[in-house]
Design a protein around this ligand. Structure first.
Ligand code: SF4
Length: 378
């Protein structure tokens, strides 16, 4: 499978979409039938660009692992909404968990689907969390002057055409107290053609930033092999248009659960001027058992990866996006895990330090035995 050469000009989609594993010629028919059954439960989508990055001779290829289903996804494990995002939903499609940030779900599809996705519930038939009518979301932000940051997410906002995206971004950016608009997206990796050749998207970013609202593209590269020349040029195109770009990803078994791979990822991101921002502990989401890495192991990999990097690549935090807040893993010793609320849903937990008994099997905060907890005093 080859990637066609990009041609400059007006943006037109350059990638074909596969909806079933059985449509991919490299997957043997018998395997594909089993994987089609997995895709019936948890949505599957891939495009020829991303599939071209797979080494089909390697059954454990990390890029393959990112988007080709695993039979183990059908194991009974985890919750569909593992960090209780429903509890933060104040109007349909808008979550308000942290004082200054509104998270708005503006799309219920992605360019391709990461197998370890924590929002796979959005791609299921019964999803009613997103809305075609963002009126109530705009109104909510207008009425809450404490919201200075709007995070557009989904699904992936960049699956929307620029024609549909532009009025959304302009309207949020036009609210006087909104200072940053973030776009969380894996399109820079899944379909870099969009960033390279969509001139209207670049103009939109330039105009919004010129108007005084910073635009952040929160990219989502999980493995250094995703940094193809096309993807790197797509990131540069966004930066030249005026966007700030950062990267975030979870640690995923079989994809990037290696200190060498993580270090290479951090360094590649730094080189592009898109520093690694968060590294996430995977949420215990339904279907994700085979992608889970225990918390202690995740911290060890993260810490070892940072140790291999220059200072510029050591800025990321290793966090759990828990129902109660973003909990950073600070350190692990022989007996304890040391944690701190980086962001807290309840003000009383802000910057709280917690000490838990070390448990090398635990994959999530709720599985830990908390021994001590200290809140700062002013
Ligand atoms: S891009 Fe994000 S929302 Fe879409 S499948 Fe991947 S993790 Fe899920």
């Amino acid at each position: 499978m080859s990637v066609s050469s990009p041609q400059p000009g007006p943006y037109t989609p350059k990638v074909d979409c596969f909806r079933k594993p059985s449509q991919i010629p490299e997957i043997p028919a018998a395997t594909a039938r089993t994987l089609d059954a997995v895709a019936e439960r948890f949505a599957f989508r891939a495009n020829d660009y991303f599939l071209s990055l797979i080494d089909w001779n390697d059954p454990a290829d990390p890029i393959r692992r990112l988007i080709i289903p695993d039979e183990a996804e059908l194991n009974d494990w985890g919750e569909l909404d593992a960090s209780d995002e429903a509890a933060n939903t104040v109007v349909r499609g808008l979550q308000h968990k942290y004082r200054d940030t509104a998270l708005v779900l503006i799309a219920d599809t992605c360019a391709a689907y990461c197998r370890y996705c924590f929002r796979k519930r959005l791609f299921m038939r019964h999803n009613r969390e997103t809305s075609g009518d963002l009126g109530p979301a705009f109104e909510y932000v207008v009425l809450h002057p404490e919201i200075t940051d709007v995070l557009l997410t989904g699904g992936d906002p960049l699956v929307l055409s620029t024609e549909r995206l532009a009025p959304i971004i302009r309207r949020f950016a036009g609210i006087p107290h909104v200072r940053t608009v973030r776009i969380g997206s894996k399109v820079p990796s899944f379909n870099p053609y969009r960033l390279l050749f969509d001139e209207a998207l670049k103009d939109l970013v330039t105009q919004v930033t010129a108007g005084g609202t910073a635009v952040y593209l929160v990219a989502h590269f999980d493995h250094p092999r995703e940094f193809t020349d096309l993807a790197c040029n797509g990131i540069r195109a966004m930066q030249q248009a005026g966007a700030h770009v950062v990267n975030q990803c979870p640690i995923v078994r079989g994809v990037n659960d290696s200190a060498e791979v993580l270090a290479e990822l951090f360094e590649a991101a730094t080189e592009l001027g898109m520093p690694q921002y968060y590294v996430f502990q995977g949420r215990p989401t339904a279907g994700n058992e085979s992608y889970a890495v225990p918390l202690v192991r995740g911290w060890q990999l993260f810490d070892a990866a940072r140790g291999r990097c220059s200072g510029l690549s050591r800025g990321a935090r290793f966090v759990m996006s828990h129902a109660t807040g973003k909990i950073e893993v600070l350190m692990v010793d022989d007996r304890h895990i040391y944690l701190r609320y980086h962001r807290a849903r309840d003000a009383a937990d802000e910057s709280r330090i917690m000490v838990a008994r070390r448990d090398d099997q635990a994959c999530w905060f709720d599985e830990l035995e908390l021994l001590e907890s200290f809140a700062p005093t002013n």
